[in-house]
Design a protein around this ligand. Structure first.
Ligand SMILES: Cc1ncc(COP(=O)(O)O)c(C=O)c1O
Length: 454
């Protein structure tokens, strides 16, 4: 169709093909309007409290991202200053996470924590295999020990990279990895233990210090030294600012690698994540490749190759714009808002709190048993009428009978909005208490339903 004579009103009536490549183009305005219209019914990201991912940025930051969206920063030879920014930020994070002095910090900007976790997992697998080889021992059966509360990325890592999962099941009432069952899971084939700072399900930290101490004791008893990786996807940008005396990071000698999602409490739009190693040697040199086809020779050691520099530059902006004190203030306000939401919902009488400790701004609730005629999924559906996205889900094995309703409080939510949210959740519960609910939890796929074999 010739669009040159059509008014805008007619132009954007063009249908977006569902299953064939479009034969002809549209005017820019028509392409944009029809695309935007096709997504009008998606959730509003600002009201999506299921997600940890940043939805607010200052206008200067958005402009800066726009200005760098066409830079392919993997080409270190052509964009050496971008590469320099990445290296500087790795050093800043190594400092923020109390890395030892006098070592060469090493790390990488990744697409998110998922890529960062995979790189860390690979480094541990490589180091373990090298050590086993050097000792003349079998290196064919690597395993990794985690809690049942790990984010899906670790299960992907273990499957994709052929590492046996040793997943310590949760229990109703205990949703963290503790030192209690490590004896049954850790052995000479354990490449590392992953402990979480700010877990996905309840926001709590695993018992990092206790796990560390248990591994010390294990080494004393057996001579086997097992390193730790800290998944600080969320906690990595909260703990340093709010709990400076809390040792969750490189202050613990066994912690050899840490990841964090820049696009969560690092405050960058998606997608950027970080992996930082205690020192250069932890990232096995065998994992680094050198390419010469972009002009000059560049090292590359990420799973992903080409990507734009927008998020990287955004993170640099935030580090220098906010500094330690700026992040501290923002995280404090955000946690205070989470505490307020938590208090309002607990005081309503409908909920028990699941996260006994409140480090990162996540509120995880479960309905009190006495409310038998509706469930957390009903509440989640009901508040959708107001636009809120609050995820309801069943916990991982062996706590799958416990349902949770979780709100991730992000920095863009102010006290007024939090009060509105609390009012809407409580009103939804009142309605459901009177009328009953009908929601059924979604059927679980096998990997969730069955406790992984050890
Ligand atoms: C504890 C934890 N680890 C890893 C991830 C994966 O992070 P990303 O979405 O940045 O890839 C998440 C995401 O929610 C997480 O909460």
């Amino acid at each position: 169709m010739d669009h040159s004579n059509l008014s805008d009103y007619e132009d954007f009536q063009a249908e977006i093909p569902k299953d064939r490549f479009p034969a002809d183009g549209l005017t820019p305005r028509a392409a944009r309007t029809s695309l935007e219209a096709s997504m009008w019914t998606d959730s509003n990201p600002m009201l999506n409290l299921s997600s940890f991912v940043t939805t607010f940025a200052e206008p200067e930051l958005r402009d800066l991202m726009n200005d760098h969206v066409h830079v392919n920063y993997i080409d270190h030879d052509m964009y050496p200053q971008c590469y320099e920014l990445e290296k500087r930020m790795v050093r800043m994070l190594h400092h923020l996470w109390n890395g030892p002095a006098g070592v060469e910090p090493y790390g990488a900007a990744c697409v998110g924590s998922s890529e960062a976790c995979m790189l860390a997992g690979l480094a541990h697998k490589w180091n373990w295999r090298e050590a086993r080889g050097a000792a003349g021992k079998d290196a064919s059966r690597p395993n990794m020990v985690t809690g049942g509360n790990v984010q899906i990325v670790w299960k992907k890592f273990m499957k994709y990279f052929d590492v046996e999962p040793r997943i310590v099941p949760l229990q109703p009432g205990n949703y963290r990895l503790t030192a209690e069952h490590l004896e049954e899971h850790v052995d000479e084939n354990t490449i590392c233990v992953v402990a979480i700072a700010g877990q996905t399900f309840t926001g709590e930290d695993d018992e990092i210090q206790a796990i560390h101490d248990w591994l010390d004791d294990y080494e004393e008893r057996t001579g086997i030294s097992v390193p730790m990786h800290i998944d600080g996807a969320s906690g990595g940008f909260v703990n340093p600012f709010l709990y400076p005396d809390y040792k969750w990071d490189f202050r613990l000698p066994r912690v050899l690698s840490i990841n964090a999602s820049a696009h969560k409490f690092g405050l960058v739009y998606p997608g950027l994540g970080w992996v930082v190693f205690r020192q250069r040697e932890v990232f096995n040199e065998d994992l680094v490749f050198y390419v010469n086809y972009l002009g000059g020779e560049s090292p590359t050691a990420t799973l992903n190759f080409s990507r734009n520099a927008a998020q990287l530059v955004a993170q640099a902006y935030l580090f220098i714009r906010l500094g330690f004190s700026g992040y501290e203030r923002i995280m404090r306000l955000t946690v205070q808002n989470a505490e307020h939401l938590r208090a309002r919902l607990v005081e309503s009488g409908y909920f028990d709190i699941m996260n006994q400790t409140q480090r990162i701004p996540v509120v995880a609730l479960t309905l009190k048993e006495e409310f038998g005629n509706f469930n957390e999924f009903d509440v989640s559906f009901k508040v959708r009428e107001k636009g809120w996205v609050l995820s309801a889900y069943s916990m991982p094995p062996n706590a799958e009978d416990v349902y949770s309703l979780r709100a991730v409080v992000r920095p863009h939510l102010n006290r007024n909005v939090i009060n509105k949210l609390a009012d809407d959740v409580i009103a939804a519960c009142r309605y459901l208490q009177e009328h009953g609910g009908t929601a059924k939890p979604p059927a679980l796929h096998g990997h969730v339903r069955t406790a992984p074999k050890c």
